[in-house]
Each structure stands twice: as structure tokens, then as C-alpha cells.
Write a protein that binds this ligand. Structure first.
Ligand SMILES: [Zn+2]
Length: 281
């Protein structure tokens, strides 16, 4: 680490040691778990445009293609395990330094790493929701049903995106069979917020509430490209709450942050967790 990074990390240690930290995490926290960040420096830019809610609900062909791709992507996302960064955040929460966690990720890895009370802004790929009756079911059930319905499907994903979508030739998607809700026959969708869909208001207000009560808003692994995350930074700045960012590469939050650490999260976060644990014990 160069001197600049060392100084910034030392400053961040001081801030975190004071407690009252609310974490806002993005895809960069999960790259060490094998889930690519298609916006970050380690991710290849995705070729396909993300599925929109409108296309998913209105276009049967788009929906079938989506499910075929997402079914393959789930094999990667579903097998992903939390990394040192996720575990460090959980330790900081356990130590009382972190009092809230808001994530833009849909992989559930904060909780798998031991964190509690995580606000999942964009939902969780491990759940399936029926758009008609609202029933929530585990993703494993959906995966098993899709396997049963598509015994001949042998698609091979070329690249998995953080939202569980994969790149796949359209020719491989022909004939893929989608299944419907077992309770009501309605349309099923991963319980995640698509492009063109709004984040449920109660999640947004809960997140704003966490930010309002924070001493420090700590952004982890997010370039803050989308307003859905950036608005919390803007609110923090407006309320005079200090902002720190740990992220690989450029972030749009930089002008608002008092501390910016451009270094691997898998090194910085465990370091912070052990420092703060020492301070509080
Ligand atoms: Zn239903």
C-alpha cells in the first residue's frame, strides 16, 4: 500500500472506532466471492442490456430467455460464499461499530457472512415472488422445477453478471420452458428490483432512517453509478454526516467523501475489523 492509502486507512480507523457507522455496499464487495462487478474495474462490460420490468412482464420471449439465462447464472450466484470483506463487516457489526447495513447486492452474502438486519435495497436472488398472489418461495425450488421442465437444456454461460443474468446465445434459449406459480398459476419473478422498477418505499425510508442516525456513512465496493445508491450519499452530505468510501477504481461519490480508499476490500476491511475489535475490547 502506498503512503496515501495508509493515511486514508488510518483516518478511517479513527472514524470507525467512534462507532455509528452505516454501511452501504455494492457489487465490489462480492467480487472476491466470484461474482463479477460488471461496472467495476474487474468486471467485463456486459454485452446484453439488463432485463427491464416492462420487458419481463410484457414479452413472453424476453421472459423465457431471461429465465434460461438466470437459471444458469443461479448456479454461480447460488454457490457463492461470503469473503473476508463480508465477514469483516459482520465483525464490525458484532463489535458495535456498525449500526446498520444497506446493500445494493442481491446475493445474500452479507447475511451468509454473519451480518444481521441487512436492508436489501434491490432484493435477493434466492427468493422467487409470484407477481399475482405475492407468494415467496425459495430459489432452489424454482431451480429444481426448471431442471425438471427442461431436461434437454444444456446451455453454457459465457459470463455471469452480478444480477444473476448471464450471456448466452439466443439460439440456446429456444425451447426453454418457464414454469408458473404452483399456488395460483401466476407469473414468477426473482424477488429483485429490475431496471425500470422502483425500490419498495419502505426499504428506501428504512435506509434513509439509518443514514439519518449515522455518524459515518461507509460506502463499500460501489462506484455509486446509479441514483438508487448515490441518493444516500447525497442525503448524508446534506445532513452533515461524513462519508467514507472503500472501492477499487473511480467512484462518483469521491467529491462528497472525506476519506476515499482505493485498495482491495478483502485486505482493508479485515484490517479495520481487527483494529476496531482491539479498540473496543
Ligand atoms: Zn401465485
Amino acid at each position: 500500500m502506498d503512503l496515501q492509502v495508509v493515511r486514508q486507512v488510518a483516518e478511517l480507523e479513527d472514524w470507525i472506532s467512534e462507532g455509528g457507522v452505516v454501511v452501504l455496499s455494492g457489487a465490489g464487495l462480492s467480487t472476491d466471492s466470484g461474482i463479477p462487478d460488471y461496472r467495476g474495474p474487474s468486471g467485463s462490460a456486459r454485452r446484453s442490456t439488463p432485463m427491464t420490468y416492462q420487458a419481463f412482464t410484457r414479452d413472453p420471449v424476453a421472459r423465457r430467455r431471461y429465465w434460461a439465462r438466470s437459471h444458469l447464472g443461479w448456479r454461480t450466484i447460488g454457490e457463492a460464499r461470503p469473503n473476508d470483506g463480508h465477514r469483516a463487516v459482520a465483525r464490525l457489526q458484532e463489535a458495535g461499530a456498525v449500526q446498520g447495513i444497506i446493500t445494493q447486492n442481491v446475493d445474500g452474502l452479507h447475511q451468509a457472512g454473519g451480518a444481521r438486519d441487512v436492508v436489501e435495497l434491490h432484493g435477493n436472488l434466492a427468493r422467487i415472488v409470484c407477481l399475482d398472489c405475492g407468494e415467496l418461495t425459495p430459489r432452489e425450488w424454482m431451480a429444481a422445477r426448471l431442471d425438471d421442465a427442461n431436461p434437454e437444456f444444456r446451455g453454457v454461460a459465457t459470463a455471469v453478471n452480478a444480477d444473476g443474468d448471464v450471456e448466452l446465445d439466443d439460439a440456446e434459449l429456444d425451447g426453454f420452458t418457464v414454469v408458473d406459480c404452483m399456488a395460483c398459476g401466476g407469473m414468477l419473478k426473482p424477488d429483485v428490483v429490475y431496471f425500470g422498477e422502483t425500490v419498495p418505499p419502505e426499504r428506501v425510508s428504512r435506509s434513509f432512517g439509518l443514514v439519518a442516525g449515522a455518524r459515518t456513512l461507509l460506502v463499500l465496493g460501489s462506484s455509486l453509478t446509479v441514483m438508487s445508491g448515490r441518493r444516500f450519499v447525497l442525503r448524508a452530505v446534506k445532513d452533515g454526516i461524513r462519508v467514507a468510501i472503500v472501492n477499487r477504481g473511480v467512484t462518483r461519490g469521491e467529491p462528497y467523501a472525506g476519506v476515499v480508499v482505493d485498495a482491495p476490500l478483502g485486505i482493508v476491511l479485515p484490517h479495520l475489523a481487527s483494529t476496531v475489535a482491539t479498540v473496543s475490547s
